[in-house]
Write a protein that binds this ligand. Structure first.
Ligand code: GLY
Length: 331
């Protein structure tokens, strides 16, 4: 039975963010990545501490990470097979319909954008789709036209390309020309998709995710970070954001699976179970962060590395590199 009939427990604000699951990345970048993740979570935590919404907190956290060139989202996104940036992002929130309502009394809303190239902060455009359009997901040129009509400034696609991303793309292209064998978007998962999940003092839950996608992806490929239920999900039980191999995350509806499991298991067991199921089903690597309705934080991954930063009133703000729960069994 769902635990909705229970009296509302004391509401505890909490926020957890990830900086992508995958290869560990160069040691020379670790200090700066950690600093950036702590700064991003500090921005979100300030919103929650002052009574702001979970939605504002996750969007502020993800925006800060999109603006940082070391993460594969926004400015810093990896390039697709044609050397272009195509970004995906999504947000979802679950808000009590009335101050005392719990469970089914929540109102769910979501917004997402896919394959956009001319928007500095795709997560903010995803939020605008949710708040100012009758739709949930807009893609490509249509999403960018909507951005312009909503007053969001468009940039040139090359303004989103960092020197670091261009060099990585060139190295990858040279390697592929040399081997002519690697399948697109099935090679080692790149590091740096960003996401966050939060619970606020008013009983609302929200999650947001943003990415440049996976290395070697084909022109037009859309991944889990644009898809509600896969890369992002929130309901009255919890909120979650995913990272890792997008096709596997879509196949296993990773975030929805983990959040739905909160009806039966504690948060940490729910995320471990969801990652284990994804690995069994696909053999791929992924990670997830989650906040439940009581402000309990959980995370799990089966990649070489996943960075997490978190805030709650008891523990303050912390950065962690949790160990993988298990390694993918298939390539
Ligand atoms: N998880 C990011 C992507 O596959 O696009």
């Amino acid at each position: 039975m769902l635990p909705f009939a229970m009296a509302r427990a004391r509401l505890i604000p909490a926020l957890v963010a990830h900086g992508g699951a995958g290869a560990a990345g160069p040691a020379s970048e670790r200090f700066e990545r950690r600093r950036a993740m702590l700064a991003a979570v500090r921005a979100g935590a300030a919103i929650l501490r002052s009574g702001g919404s979970a939605l504002d907190a996750v969007v502020a956290t993800v925006t800060a990470l999109e603006d940082h060139p070391l993460f594969n989202a926004g400015y810093g996104s990896i390039l697709n097979s044609e050397g272009r940036v195509e970004m995906d992002a999504s947000v979802m929130e679950s808000v009590p319909a009335a101050p005392e309502s719990v469970g089914p009394g929540h109102i769910l809303r979501a917004g997402a954008v896919a394959a956009v190239s001319r928007v500095r902060n795709p997560v903010q455009l995803a939020r605008t789709v949710m708040e100012r359009s009758p739709h949930i997901l807009l893609a490509g040129a249509g999403a960018e036209r909507f951005a312009r009509t909503a007053g969001i400034r468009l940039c040139r696609p090359d303004e989103m390309i960092t020197e670091r991303a261009r060099k990585k793309w060139q190295m990858r292209r040279d390697r592929m020309l040399a081997t002519a064998a690697e399948a697109p978007a099935r090679a080692a998962v790149g590091h740096g998709t960003v996401g966050a999940a939060a619970a606020d003092l008013h009983g609302a839950l929200a999650a947001a995710t943003s990415t440049g996608g996976v290395p070697g992806k084909l022109f037009g490929r859309i991944g889990d970070s644009a898809l509600i239920g896969a890369g992002t999900f929130a309901n009255a039980l919890g909120a979650a954001s995913a990272t890792g191999h997008g096709e596997a995350i879509i196949l296993s509806s990773l975030c929805r699976e983990a959040v739905t499991e909160l009806a039966h298991r504690p948060a940490q067991r729910a995320v471990r179970g969801a990652i284990t199921e994804l690995a069994d089903l696909t053999g791929a690597e992924a990670g997830i962060v989650l906040v439940d309705r009581r402000g309990r934080i959980a995370y799990a991954h089966n990649a070489a590395s996943m960075e997490v930063a978190q805030f709650n009133p008891a523990g303050g703000i912390r950065h962690l590199r949790p160990a993988p729960i298990l390694r993918a069994s298939r390539p």
